[in-house]
Design a binder for this molecule. Structure first.
Ligand SMILES: *Cc1c(COP(=O)(O)O)cnc(C)c1O
Length: 396
């Protein structure tokens, strides 16, 4: 058969070497998956994600990552989504229909609430916010239209740690499915499934990636019927992840527990140091004595993310607090967390969550959230100290 260069290159008889083994699994990239013959193509069921039909439905690389995330979460099945937010949207779309209601904690990841307020509302799905520190309040809100309760621990930005067991028991006793955004716990601080959660979602963008360079999300289940529903919605929506991104997460996953505990230790050290500073009114870190939900954190968790927020003393203006953030050199200004670089974001809590600020006495003063990276804690502390001195005019 005549062969030009392109034909020869495309049909090059390369096969992955048998007898080759390495610590890292191979990267298998595909939109097209080749079938040996027509009969095997016809025999393959695209709904069976365990067999290969089309790149969107999975490759050896994405299936390997799904299995490992399921293991990390203590679940059985997992699907990957292109971002954490896409994973949240996937759960909502798999479980909710016109006329249903979803309940979100009032400290839920902001874009999840925005999704409910906009797209879900357009599709005739309503939502209400519950106080995650009040299990009895949640019980009173559950009605016949309630089909899903989201949980998050610790809550976004204000870091309250809820009584997970109490909230889960309330939802279960009423037959309502629960979904946990486990990005903070990362499958390391506690196991959502052991507490009775039905669906565990995680932004792999954070701890599992750990590099600040990948966007990905996961939805893990233990229940086969629930997985089936999520998997089919995942396929109908055309969600998939790139093999190169999956490979980056696979590479980082080996060190996720080490990084989690290192950032936890440094985070607690810096949070404790900040709590004793005269410029600081309150540090919101669930592992610190006296923090909102600290007893629940102690009852549920063996570790904490290196993530905390600080409420500055009310005598400082927002401009002064912004100057403090600008004066930091090692903590860089940026969203996301759990990467090697420490990050900082000032939040306007009064605009973000007027209800929570009104109802919870402790939430006034300008809030700054810190994500502790992998730099030496002493260097990070020195950075905080010089920025406090430069912007807030104090030093000790
Ligand atoms: C970052 C984050 C998400 C969303 O993840 P993306 O990959 O950025 O979409 C969801 N939930 C929580 C708690 C997060 O911190």
């Amino acid at each position: 058969m005549p062969r030009d260069t392109s034909t020869t290159l495309i049909h090059h008889p390369y096969r992955p070497p048998a007898g080759f083994e390495a610590p890292q699994p191979g990267i298998h990239k595909a939109s097209t998956v080749i079938f040996a013959d027509v009969a095997s193509m016809r025999a393959r069921d695209w709904r069976n994600k365990a067999a290969y039909t089309y790149g969107l439905h999975g490759t050896p690389t994405t299936f390997t990552l799904e299995e490992r995330i399921a293991a990390l979460e203590g679940g059985r099945q997992c699907v990957l989504a292109p971002s954490g937010l896409a994973a949240i949207a996937l759960v909502d779309q798999a479980l909710l229909a016109h006329g249903d209601e979803v309940l979100l904690p009032d400290n839920v990841y902001g874009p999840s609430r925005e999704l409910a307020r906009t797209a879900l509302a357009r599709w005739g799905i309503t939502h209400r916010l519950y106080d995650p520190m009040d299990a009895a309040g949640l019980a009173a809100m559950i009605g016949p239209r309630t089909k899903l309760v989201w949980l998050e621990a610790a809550g976004s930005v204000t870091m309250e740690f809820p009584d997970l067991t109490g909230l889960i028991n309330v939802a279960r006793s009423r037959g309502v499915t629960t979904a946990l955004d486990n990005t903070w716990g990362a499958g390391i601080a506690f196991c959502g499934f052991d507490l009775g959660i039905d669906i565990v979602m995680q932004a792999l963008t954070k701890f599992p990636s750990g590099g600040g360079d990948v966007l990905m999300g996961s939805v893990t289940t233990r229940d086969e019927a629930l997985h089936e529903r999520i998997k089919l919605t995942h396929m109908h929506l055309g969600l998939g992840v790139a093999a190169n991104d999956a490979e980056l997460v696979l590479r980082s996953l080996a060190t996720v527990a080490l990084r989690y505990h290192a950032q936890d230790a440094a985070g607690r050290q810096l949070a404790t140091w900040l709590a004793a500073r005269p410029e600081v009114r309150r540090v919101l870190h669930p592992a610190l004595e006296g923090a909102p939900g600290h007893d629940h954190w102690r009852a549920h968790c063996t570790a904490a993310a290196g993530l905390f927020s600080v409420l500055f003393d009310a005598r400082f203006s927002s401009a002064q607090v912004d100057r403090f953030v600008d004066a930091l050199r090692l903590f860089r200004i940026g969203y996301s967390w759990a990467g090697p670089m420490s990050l900082v974001v000032p939040y306007d809590l009064a605009a973000m969550r007027p209800d929570a600020v009104r109802e919870r006495g402790h939430l006034h003063g300008h809030l700054v959230r810190f994500s502790v990276g992998l730099e030496a804690a002493a260097d990070l502390q020195a950075d905080l100290e010089q920025a406090l001195a430069a912007a807030l005019g104090t030093s000790t």
